[in-house]
Design a protein around this ligand. Sequence first.
Ligand code: C2E
Ligand code: CA
Ligand code: CA
Ligand code: CA
Length: 278
Amino acid sequence: RVTPDLIVTYAEEFEKNYIRRLAIISELKKALASKHSELSISYQPKLNLHTNQVDHAEALIRWNSERLGFVPPDEFIAIAEQAGLINQVTEWVINAVVDDVAIMREQNIPLSVAINLSAKDIVDPHLLTYVTDKLKEFNLAADCLSFEITESDIVSEPTKAIVELQRFRDAGFSLAIDDFGTGYSSLTYLKSLPVTELKIDKSFVLKLNEQNSDQQIVQTILQLAKSFNLSVVAEGVEDNASLTLLRDWGCKWAQGYYICKPAPLVQLINWYTDNLAT
Ligand code: C2E
Ligand code: CA
Ligand code: CA
Ligand code: CA
């Protein structure tokens, strides 16, 4: 039964959410415009399970707002998409990541970095020019960067996505389908998508060692990827038992807290030189 109490609670909740959204939009605009930004990038390496080397890391945005405190990316990225700010956020990320790649190259660290894109990014005609110009400025090649796009973003407009993603491939960038297994993409799309990598969603990986159903799903994705000649990253690896299973099944790449948590550039470089540099 809908009681007056319930209506008040609902209205209060609605107002609270609305106010938070507005605050996020206005504070994010300020953060994007400011030079000493509240925004930063954390990096999480992808471990090659065949060689035990790392040659890639993923860039994950962080926002420590003076007024709102730490705002998780899942929350503010969705709001930025709706508010028409995502292209600015993505350009901020590209700018920061290319600066960091240049720093790594100076220190002879050959890591390439994967950047997360949203659906609105890939249809933005300027984004690709923005990236290639920024790379040119530093004399860096396209293989320094790659891009990740979620399966649900692709599934919402597959024909369009195929065309747009092909432009990134033509410019020399590798592409991964993120959160794979959650978006119900049909095999027809998978065949025609110009991507090079699948990232198995962490919901299938977090409890891999305990859940028989997850084991079957992950093995099925690995077989699928093999027949389509795609490389696979398992994300969300939190324990050694899951890592061992993935390695035994021939999964090439793994990412997760058990290997390394996302961390600022300086820590990534330290981790890399301590663990892997030969
Ligand atoms: P995602 O791209 O699927 O990133 C993986 C998320 O899982 C990250 O959360 C990462 O910190 C977390 N993670 C990594 N290893 C583990 C693990 O072992 N266990 C668990 N439980 N979690 C793990 P984060 O950094 O909070 O980012 C959340 C989402 O926000 C990302 O999901 C991505 O969709 C979005 N995002 C983050 N940075 C950016 C960005 O620069 N641009 C865009 N468009 N989206 C971003
Ligand atoms: Ca990702
Ligand atoms: Ca993911
Ligand atoms: Ca995700």
